[in-house]
Structure formats: C-alpha cells, structure tokens
Design a protein around this ligand. Structure first.
Ligand code: KIV
Length: 321
C-alpha cells in the first residue's frame, strides 16, 4: 500500500522559482492548467494553424498523470506496452483484456489530453463486427476517447463502421508493428516509388473513411512530408521526420527505460534507468546498514499509550531479540 498520493500541481509551484525565465516544467504546468480539454477538434485546429501536436504513450496511472500535467495533447495507450511493460518480443501477444486493464488505469489519470487506446493484434483483423464490438469496449469499459488501428486501404470498411459507431479512429501506416512477420522485421517502409505511392493511397483512403488522424511510423521524411501535405487530417510521426503535424514517442524510449539500443529516431530526454539504478542501490545499502528507516521516518505510540505500557511494565522501546 502507498499512502503517498499525487496532489494537483499548486499554482504557486507552477509559477515559482525563476522570476525571469520559467523552466519547461513551469511553462507546461501553467499552460496545462489554463488549457481546455483536447478533442478531435483541437487536433484538427492545430493542423490548420500549423501548431505541432504533442503525443506520448503511457500505460499506468502515475506516468499518465505526469504526461497529462505536462500539457501534452494525446496520451496513447499503445500496444507497445506488450514490449516495454510486459517484456514480450513483439506487440502481438497482448490481449483485449490486458489492454483494457492498462487503459482504465490511464483513464483515471488523464483529465485534459485526448485518450486513445490501441486495438491489439487479433481484435479487429478477422472481422469488422468484432472490431467494432472491441472498440466499443475501449470506450465503454475503459473510457477511451478514440482507438488506433494499423493498416491502410484494407481497413477502410472497418474505419467507416467505427466512425458510424461514433468512435474516433486514429490510423497507423508505414512500419506497423502488428505486421512484423509480413514485413520480415521492423524495417523502414515506403522506400521505393511503388511503396510510396501505396502509402499515399492508404493515407487518402483512411482520411476518406473518416480517421481523425494518422500515425506515420518508420518511413522516409520525404514520404511523410508528402502525406502530411496531401491529407487534411493531422499526421503524427514516429521515425517519420519533423514535417508531420505532430510527433509521438514511446515513453520508455524517451526516458531510457528500455534494455536495448535506441532506434535512430529516438531522443533520450532523461536517463530514468540510471536514476532508478542509483536509487535502488542506495536503498538496499541503507536497509542493510539499518539507516533506513530513521527515527523521523517512524511512527510512534501516543504519549498516553506509552505511559500506560510503562505502568503495566512493558517497555515500548524493548527490542525483540
Ligand atoms: O504501440 C505504440 O506505442 C504505437 C506508437 C508507437 C505509435 O503504436
């Protein structure tokens, strides 16, 4: 059990320390407090205004809360959690029930950002009816405000049915991890003229079918730029260069909480693994040296109970040997 809770960022903290130049944390906290709930309309407006859309994955309450408080636009409960949270070698094994469980935790944390849930492999490929039923579970049982599915023209019928069911759909093109076996590994896509043309047609088809945005993963910058110019809905890049309407990363990549070398497109904004290693080593040493917990970190009997104990002759300070 933890009695430690996250309190809302107090306004004073958000505005504090440096009178001259606020830190990124202070700027984000202030902006996040002021900003309105992000919806599909916000994202569309950002594309129209040329304002970059900020997205990140999150899989649990604490980290999702930090992402939301940092003022990012979209929190994606990505099926990448199969790899970074569960240690699988691909995204393929994760189930609907597992995705729902993680999404519910994130839902409790996210107030302002738009919450999108990834539909796992097998939850929509076999049958459109089943795909719609599973997407409805994300909205109804886990509070998602949209779902993401991988694939292009082959998903048009499903996207239309989801939109008819009032569920916003984020498409996902390029290096689609659920197609790892068909692609023969995690390889950059869209490198030939034919492949490029295919991706552009896929993006147009997804827009036409009613997607509110499209993730472009692992494709050349030039192709992402063309698609972004071609479609009216926002494109969100990951390994697709800087010309997309927004960017997304996997949180564990951004924070260095993975156990393999980073892909070319990943920027490590912090070394959380190193911070954790140092903290864990110190904790272990403190416990072994009996310097944790200290007197100040211990609860004490109230005075009257101590007196009562002494009266019956049991010393409260007596140590069991
Ligand atoms: O599963 C995931 O995290 C994703 C993002 C990388 C876009 O699909």
């Amino acid at each position: 059990m933890s009695l430690t809770t996250f309190n809302p960022v107090p306004a004073a903290t958000a505005a504090s320390s440096s009178a001259t130049s606020p830190s990124p944390i202070e700027r984000n906290a202030a902006a996040g407090q002021a900003a309105a709930k992000v919806t599909v309309l916000t994202l569309q407006e950002k594309k129209s205004l040329g304002t970059p859309i900020t997205c990140l994955t999150a899989y649990d309450y604490a980290s999702a809360r930090l992402v939301d408080e940092a003022g990012l636009d979209v929190v994606l409960v990505g099926d990448s959690l199969a790899m970074v949270m569960q240690g699988h070698e691909s995204t393929l094994p994760i189930t609907m029930d597992e995705m729902l469980l993680y999404t519910r935790g994130v839902r409790r944390a996210v107030r302002r950002a738009m919450l999108v849930a990834d539909m796992p492999f097998g939850s929509y490929q076999a049958d459109d009816r089943e795909g719609v039923a599973n997407a409805i579970r994300f909205v109804k049982e886990a509070g998602a405000e949209g779902v993401k599915i991988e694939g292009g023209r082959s998903r048009v019928a499903l996207v239309s049915r989801l939109v008819d069911a009032e569920i916003p759909v984020m498409g996902h093109l390029g290096l689609t991890p659920q197609s790892v076996h068909r692609m023969g590994g995690y390889k950059v896509q869209g490198k030939t003229l034919t492949a490029m043309e295919g991706l552009i047609k896929d993006a147009a088809a997804l827009e036409q079918a009613g997607c509110f945005s499209i993730v472009l993963e692992g494709i050349p910058r030039e192709v992402a730029r063309m698609i972004t110019a071609e479609v009216r809905i926002p494109t969100i890049g990951i390994g697709a260069g800087p010309d997309c309407d927004g960017q997304i990363l996997v949180m564990h990549d951004l924070l260095n909480m993975t156990f393999s070398p980073a892909a070319k497109f990943v920027r490590r904004y912090a070394d959380v693994a190193q911070v954790m290693r140092a903290a864990l080593a110190e904790y272990k040493l403190d416990v072994e040296a009996r310097t944790f917990p200290s007197e100040a970190e211990s609860y004490h009997l109230p005075k009257e109970t101590q007196v009562a104990l002494e009266e019956i002759g049991v010393g409260a300070n007596r140590r069991k040997t």
